[in-house]
Write a protein of this length. Structure first.
Length: 136
């Protein structure tokens, strides 16, 4: 890395005040499944909850930018499973919605902050993203 600040998910620079990312990112590398609604533990017949599957535009160890079919609430903490394209492993992580912007007919651009938790595979995630950056 050359000391440059890399932007987090704003293509046109018009929202540069919201730019928080200060690390190198990988482009288009992962598939995400976000858990929008959990399964009701009191009613196992109620179904599997609500999930949303989407793909990243870019990602880093601490953040992910993606495009979704529906808006996500800023500040929401969402369990997610992330699969890197060149990795058979899936990573159970928790993401916080940092921003969400309409892209018209294309859907919603969303910025997620990846949160550390002992109950997730965060350490394995950090190692996998590091390996992917070395391979590029």
């Amino acid at each position: 890395m050359n000391g440059e600040d890399y932007s987090f998910g704003h293509d046109d620079g018009s929202l540069s005040g919201a730019d928080q990312r200060r690390e190198f990112r990988l482009a288009g590398r992962a598939r995400l499944t976000l858990e929008l609604e959990a399964v009701d533990p009191e009613d196992p017949d109620a179904g599997a909850g609500k999930h949303l599957t989407c793909h990243t535009h870019d990602l880093s160890v601490n953040g992910i930018r993606l495009l979704t079919r529906e808006p996500l609430s800023k500040g929401a903490l969402l369990p997610m499973v992330v699969s890197l394209a060149d990795n058979e492993n899936s990573f159970k992580l928790t993401g916080e919605v940092v921003w969400c912007e309409s892209r018209g007919d294309a859907g919603w651009a969303v910025g997620l902050k990846v949160l550390f938790s002992d109950q997730t595979s965060y350490i394995d995630w950090v190692e996998a993203v590091g390996r992917a950056m070395i391979q590029d």
